[in-house]
Design a protein. Structure first.
Length: 194
C-alpha cells in the first residue's frame, strides 16, 4: 500500500515539474522582473529607418535571425505569419513584426525586404551595424555569434530564437519561446491589444 502512495507522489511531482517547465515561458509578463529591459532602437529597412518610437500604438513582435538561416528562422517566421493570418484585419493593423537580421554583412535592407515579405507582407526586414545589433539584442534577451564553416557561405550565425512581444507603449512584456504555435502567438498579441 505504501509503495502505491509513493509511486503516486513521485508521479504527481514529475507531472508538476513538467507542467511548470512548459508553462513558465507563457507566464512571463510586464510584471515579471526576469524580462530584459527592452527599450528604443533605430534600425535600417529598405524603406528607411524604423524606430520603436515610430511604432508606438502598435504591438511589435521582434525576431532576431538572418536570411541565410537554413531552418530555425524560416520556421519561426512561418509560425508568426500564420498567426498574422489568423488575426482580424483590424487587429493586424495594430501589429508590426520586425525581422531583425544579425547578419548585416550579407543581409542588406534591400535583400531583407523581399525575404521578409515572402512570409507575410506585414513582416519588415531590418538590420544595422553589428555593434548596434549586439546592444539591442542584449536588451531584448537575444544573443548571436558567428561560427566559421567550410562551405560557400563561410560562416553561420548562431542565434537565440525567441520572439519579443512589445506593448503599444513600447514596453517589452513577453518573450515567446522558439516554435511557439500560432494560436499562442495570437493569444499573446490579443492579450496585449486589450
Amino acid at each position: 500500500m505504501k509503495k502505491k502512495y509513493i509511486f503516486l507522489f513521485v508521479l504527481l511531482a514529475v507531472v508538476g515539474l513538467v507542467a511548470g517547465a512548459l508553462l513558465a515561458p507563457r507566464l512571463m509578463s510586464h510584471t515579471d522582473s526576469t524580462l530584459p529591459p527592452g527599450g528604443d532602437f533605430t534600425l535600417d529597412s529598405a524603406d528607411g529607418p524604423v524606430s520603436l518610437v515610430s511604432l508606438r500604438g502598435k504591438v511589435v513582435l521582434i525576431y532576431f535571425g538572418y536570411a541565410s538561416c537554413p531552418d530555425v528562422c524560416p520556421t519561426s517566421l512561418a509560425l508568426i505569419a500564420t498567426a498574422l493570418h489568423a488575426l482580424t484585419p483590424a487587429e493586424r493593423e495594430r501589429v508590426r513584426v520586425l525581422f531583425v537580421s544579425v547578419d548585416p554583412a550579407r543581409d542588406t535592407p534591400a535583400r531583407l525586404k523581399p525575404y521578409a515579405a515572402h512570409f507575410h507582407p506585414d513582416i519588415i526586414g531590418v538590420t544595422a551595424q553589428a555593434s548596434v545589433l549586439g546592444e539591442m539584442a542584449r536588451r531584448y534577451g537575444a544573443a548571436f555569434s558567428y561560427t566559421p564553416v567550410s562551405s560557400a557561405t563561410g560562416y553561420v550565425v548562431d542565434h537565440t530564437s525567441s520572439t519579443a512581444v512589445v506593448a503599444p507603449n513600447g514596453r517589452l512584456v513577453e518573450l515567446l519561446p522558439h516554435a511557439t504555435a500560432p494560436p499562442e502567438i495570437v493569444a499573446a498579441i490579443r492579450h496585449v491589444l486589450r
